[in-house]
Design a protein around this ligand. Structure first.
Ligand code: CDV
Length: 313
């Protein structure tokens, strides 16, 4: 008997700075309503889904920076999202800026959570690959200050058994790194949610701009196939505060094939019926990790950070 999970990738169009959380949450609740009418079991929202993508600005006033962070989840403005989803008996994945106090220290992370059909937080991931820079770089058309505003995630890539599947999460830049998927693959992951905010323009390498969508597909399709898992990529996209971000939210099968993809750069629900057992034949043959992996040959991956060329012989 097949195990079907109907999934909605809830792509969001642009969120301008003046848009309050209540307005954004209302858009998300509408996508949950659509998801209900399509019979979705789970809906996934993008990275930093509740506000505009604020790392594009250099800010020094901590109160201003903190206005983009959530101190509680659910909080006063996000409670409506939890209520709408649990009323519809739909689980969800949500990306947001997390401000938390640990051991008397304030910490800030770029975070995603998995919420089950009862509105309980079942899993939490804090972004590990933070792109961009930590200092103001005025030569850029816009900043990408994730290294300034967030700490590197401290939770690793977990996989949780919830909603009938082994589920994991990664966030945006993580999708470009094969290690991200493999750590979850080694926990028998069956579905990975990856929210993103990807500006088309890459200031340090503008020659990459025209390949943005291609690279987006390339990494997620490879991650799906090489780990025999479903991948759900969810964009926040369109022109946000003058900065264009790519769409192409996709639901990708363990075969590496894209089964559904967004057409717009706006709020759009992308739906697919995902058979969680589609990956089994890959996990039992080509990607039978226990049989074919050779970890003793991979030591350099964890022992060395940057590439070093060989000595000349
Ligand atoms: N939010 C991101 O992590 N964005 C990066 C950009 C800066 C390249 C990404 O990998 O899409």
């Amino acid at each position: 008997m097949s195990r079907i999970l109907t999934v909605g990738a809830a792509q969001l169009g642009p969120i301008q700075r003046a848009d309050g959380r209540a307005r954004v949450v209302a858009r998300m609740v509408e996508l949950i309503r659509q998801a209900k009418s399509h019979g979705c079991d789970v809906v996934a929202f993008p990275e930093l889904a509740l506000t505009t993508f604020f790392p594009r600005w250099f800010m020094e006033d901590q109160a201003e920076i903190d206005s983009f962070f959530e101190r509680a989840m659910p909080g006063p403005e996000t409670r409506a999202l939890f209520e709408a989803a649990s009323e519809a008996r739909i689980g969800f994945q949500l990306g947001f800026a997390e401000r938390t106090e640990q051991g008397g220290r304030i910490r800030r992370f770029n975070t995603a959570i998995l919420v089950d059909r009862d509105g309980r937080i079942a899993g939490r991931y804090r972004k590990i690959h933070l792109p961009g820079h930590a200092e103001h770089e005025p030569w850029r058309a816009f900043q990408h200050l994730e290294k300034r505003y967030f700490e590197v995630g401290d939770l690793g890539w977990g996989v949780w058994r919830t909603m009938g599947a082994n589920m994991g999460m990664a966030i945006c830049n993580d999708r470009r790194w094969p290690e991200t998927y493999r750590v979850m693959g080694l926990q028998d992951v069956e579905m990975v949610f990856i929210g993103y905010n990807t500006p088309r323009h890459n200031p340090p390498a503008p020659d990459h701009d025209r390949l943005s969508e291609f690279h987006n597909q390339l990494v997620m399709q490879a991650g799906a196939y090489q780990n025999a898992t479903w991948i759900v990529g969810i964009a926040k996209c369109g022109v946000e505060e003058g900065c264009e971000m790519i769409g192409n939210s996709s639901i990708i099968a363990p075969t590496g094939q894209v089964v559904a993809q967004a057409l717009t750069q706006d709020d759009e629900l992308v739906v697919a019926r995902c058979d969680l057992d589609v990956g089994l034949s890959y996990k039992r043959s080509t990607f039978n990790f226990a049989r074919h992996r050779e970890p003793q040959a991979y030591r350099l991956i964890v022992e060395r950070k940057g590439a070093e060329p060989p000595q000349e012989t």
